[in-house]
Ligand binder design. Structure first.
Ligand SMILES: Nc1ncnc2c1ncn2[C@@H]1O[C@H](COP(=O)(O)OP(=O)(O)OP(=O)(O)O)[C@@H](O)[C@H]1O
Ligand SMILES: [Mg+2]
Length: 258
């Protein structure tokens, strides 16, 4: 549900009577005319995006194109200079690195920051079971492998039952096999929990395998926006997959040699 309007950076928060008309469901996110400027550079430039409830979006773009900037605005960690973003109140972020608290056991990390009555071991174990990590509930973060730590971060995100799940290259630091397993896990968990999901990735194949819709961010705006109709679960390869892959690579300025 669209509830939270993110105020713009100069603190001119929208007053209730100025709030633009809230669109009917099934929109989960609406970004309208969002601009973010760093050092006179318009990293996001009057950006418009709509995400439907339960939709899984992959966001591609060259390094420095503003993907993390957008994600931080949607997470409420940064404010736009112009424009507005409406997001659901319950949203969580998984970053490239797991960001676990080293002085807390794995299960305590999963429920860290939750109100005391919700921060129970039972709740943490249930979330850890979903990512097949319940056997490491009492371990210290430093003893986890990279993939395990990232699964713990995913459990920490899901235990909050987000309406919007923001993923900033969550698999980038993982080896190829772990990455494949994580991709499958994310897709299954998102199908089961049904949050709207925005996955930032550099990996074109990952985007096609996972997403309902792929966006490419270029020069501060969405340069490519296409629904992917391939049935799930998907495998890489085949005519439709390869054609879309080539088009996305072209968008990113990469020549496809296949
Ligand atoms: N807090 C900040 N202060 C100054 N410049 C910033 C800040 N945050 C981002 N930028 C600049 O904005 C641009 C976009 O950064 P951003 O992190 O959003 O890119 P990205 O698309 O996520 O890149 P990557 O794929 O490498 O993660 C970059 O040029 C970056 O240096
Ligand atoms: Mg980034």
């Amino acid at each position: 549900m669209l509830q939270t309007a993110i105020p713009i950076a100069d603190d001119t928060a929208l007053l209730p009577d100025e709030t633009p008309e809230i669109p009917a469901q099934p929109e989960a996110v609406r970004v309208k005319g969002v601009t973010r400027i760093f050092h006179q550079q318009r990293v996001l430039d009057a950006l418009d995006i709509t995400i439907r409830t339960g939709e899984f979006i992959a966001l591609l773009g060259a390094s420095g194109s503003g993907k993390t900037t957008l994600l931080r605005i949607l997470a409420g960690l940064d404010l736009p200079d112009e424009g507005e973003a409406w997001v659901p109140p319950k949203r969580t972020v998984v970053f490239q690195e797991p960001r676990l608290v080293q002085s807390k056991s794995v299960w305590r990390n999963v429920v860290v920051g939750l109100p005391r009555q919700l921060a129970t071991r039972d709740r943490a174990i249930r979330a850890l079971r979903e990512v097949s990590l319940d056997h490491r509930a009492d371990a210290w973060p430093a003893t986890l492998s990279g993939g395990e730590a990232q699964r713990a971060a995913l459990a920490r995100a899901l235990v909050r039952e987000p309406e919007l799940l923001l993923l900033d290259e969550p698999f980038a630091a993982l080896d190829a096999l772990t990455r494949l397993r994580m991709q499958r896990l994310i897709r299954e968990l998102c199908a089961a929990h049904g949050p709207s999901t925005l996955l930032v990735t550099h990996d074109v194949e990952e985007a096609i395998l996972l997403a309902d819709r792929v966006l490419v961010l270029k020069e501060g705006r969405i340069a490519f926006d296409e629904r992917i109709s391939l049935p799930q679960p998907r495998l890489a390869g085949g005519h439709a997959f390869d054609t879309l892959r080539s088009r996305l690579l072209a968008q990113l300025g990469v020549h496809d040699d296949r």
